[in-house]
Design a protein around this ligand. Sequence first.
Ligand SMILES: C[S@@+](CC[C@H](N)C(=O)[O-])C[C@H]1O[C@@H](n2cnc3c(N)ncnc32)[C@H](O)[C@@H]1O
Ligand code: SF4
Length: 328
Amino acid sequence: MALIDTSGRRHRDLRVSLTDRCSLRCRYCMPAEGLAWIPGDHLLTTEEMLRLIGIATRLGISTVRLTGGEPLLRPDVEDVIAGIVSLPEAPEVSLTTNGIRLPELADTLASAGLRRVNISLDTLDADTFRQLTLRDRFHDVLAGILAAQNAGLAPVKINTVLLRGVNDHEAPALLAWALEHRLNLRFIEQMPLDPQHDWDRGIMVTREEILHSLQAAGFDLQPRRDRGSSPAEEFEVNGGPETVGIVGSVTAPFCQSCDRVRLTADGAWRNCLFARSECDLRTPLRAGAGDAELAALMSAEVRAKLPGHGVADPDFQQPARPMSAIGG
Ligand SMILES: C[S@@+](CC[C@H](N)C(=O)[O-])C[C@H]1O[C@@H](n2cnc3c(N)ncnc32)[C@H](O)[C@@H]1O
Ligand code: SF4
């Protein structure tokens, strides 16, 4: 049995959300007052999570990315990492984080088996950071980036979301800064996954606009051909070898080569970030289901994956869960 859908896509990459909670309040992701958090008794224990990840690796998953919410708020995150890398299939483990706890944790996570990290940073200005995230943690994120590099996590990628009139003018400065610090920058188009339902295609900063802004600032950008299943289109900067990535999820979707599935912190198995249905694995798991039964549920959900996310369709509706409760 493998994780193959009716469009023939084979799934190899699993995103696991470790928690839906967060230490920041990025305005495109979480309201100031937070959200109705997943109840504690619904959260998978580390043992339950590792069992499901183990089943998924036997179905062909070879890379696991830990995310959230803020995954470093999970107290036993290093045990999760160590447990995954010691599975017989030894999947590669990476992490997407806001970086705030990396100064204290980067070495421990690297020792546990973490290989790579994506750190989110949308601005180089401390005031803009506070306005965007409602927290005064800009310098903690910078320290987290340095800690990740010093711990030997490589590459360190930076995820940036641009908001019109807030930080969209910073694209060239962010790229210059990333090149100077040997960081791999990726801009992500804002997606309709916010709990406030404020997303509007008309005000989203598009892939085209980002490219134009970088080129107008004097960067020579040449597309790379070997994209594979990566969500980011990579461009060589000024002749390379450095690159900048753009994840044009909305205006240039990459659904045809998608190889990702998701497991939420409360044990829902999802075939797409935008899916409006999901498979509850926690209930059968806790009712004593065997590995074969859980594997069959995973495979069936993947088979039901739609060919595309449908954001451009006039009748598109956001999933019930926001990004932070799915795992971005
Ligand atoms: C949901 S966060 C979870 C991990 C961690 N808290 C972080 O910020 O890196 C993962 C990524 O999703 C991005 N993100 C959140 N909401 C988004 C949205 N509506 N559209 C596009 N990207 C979004 C964040 O900027 C971040 O880079
Ligand atoms: S983008 Fe990440 S850091 Fe920002 S509020 Fe969402 S989960 Fe938290």
